[in-house]
Write a protein that binds this ligand. Structure first.
Ligand SMILES: NC(=O)c1ccc[n+]([C@@H]2O[C@H](COP(=O)([O-])OP(=O)(O)OC[C@H]3O[C@@H](n4cnc5c(N)ncnc54)[C@H](OP(=O)(O)O)[C@@H]3O)[C@@H](O)[C@H]2O)c1
Length: 200
């Protein structure tokens, strides 16, 4: 079983964690400064709260599921801890509804580090019994997407965006389009540099 961290324990993060814990995974989180409600959701989901340096040292995967406005700052915090917290995470997955440029900026934080980056967009609501949102995912590096697809074994529905020209930003673009169409707006203002092919 991979060691996984999910930050934070909001509506989505706690439900994703609960799904992973039900599948037998150990799921760490960090609750520094978080509300009583987040602490309660983390307990209910079976998440293990640890200090952030411990989380960075212990988790192979870090799934960032925070308010979109906090996504870059949270990734920066993790990046700043990576060198000091061996062995450190191998993959950072941004699952937030950020725009494609923001996703690329978050990914760029890990360039040159040992941490690989996955841009994911969650389409649908928090998982619950009988219901699965889809994690659309893309990456610039080879191999890491296939590893992420293995989360299907632990109860997450994953759909990879890959093929010629596909890369970081595409999953966020897809999520943005879905949010816009969901909200009933007719204008879609996004500029993906390509049109990813859905492979699974
Ligand atoms: N909910 C959905 O249906 C849904 C669907 C698709 C995608 N998403 C994405 O999932 C992400 C989280 O959404 P959500 O619905 O779970 O939001 P939420 O219920 O508001 O939960 C956000 C959680 O993040 C915590 N938080 C706030 N600032 C933080 C920080 N600086 N560092 C770490 N944690 C922080 C909050 O803690 P406090 O309790 O202390 O405020 C709260 O527990 C968003 O990016 C959203 O776009 C959500």
């Amino acid at each position: 079983m991979p060691s996984i961290a999910v930050v934070s324990a909001g509506a989505m993060g706690s439900a994703v964690a609960k799904r992973l814990v039900s599948a037998g995974c150990t799921v760490y989180t960090n609750l520094d400064g978080r509300s009583d409600a987040a602490h309660q959701r983390a307990r209910d989901a079976g998440m293990i709260p640890v200090p952030l340096p411990t989380l960075v040292a212990s988790a192979h995967w870090i799934l960032s599921i925070v308010p979109p406005s906090e996504a870059h700052a949270f990734a920066e915090k993790i990046r700043d801890l990576v060198d000091a917290c061996a062995p450190g995470p191998r993959v950072f997955v941004d699952c937030n509804a950020v725009n494609p440029d923001a996703a690329r900026r978050i990914g760029a934080l890990f360039a040159g580090s040992a941490v690989r980056f996955v841009d994911a967009g969650i389409v649908g609501g928090p998982p619950r019994p009988g219901y699965d949102p889809t994690f659309y995912a893309c990456a610039d590096e080879e191999g890491v997407l296939e590893e992420f697809a293995a989360f299907a074994q632990y109860g997450l529905r994953v759909s990879l965006l890959q093929g010629p020209g596909a890369g970081v930003g595409d999953a966020s673009a897809l999520k943005l389009c879905e949010s816009v169409s969901h909200s009933g707006s007719s204008s879609v203002a996004w500029g993906s540099r390509n049109h990813p092919r859905r492979c699974r």
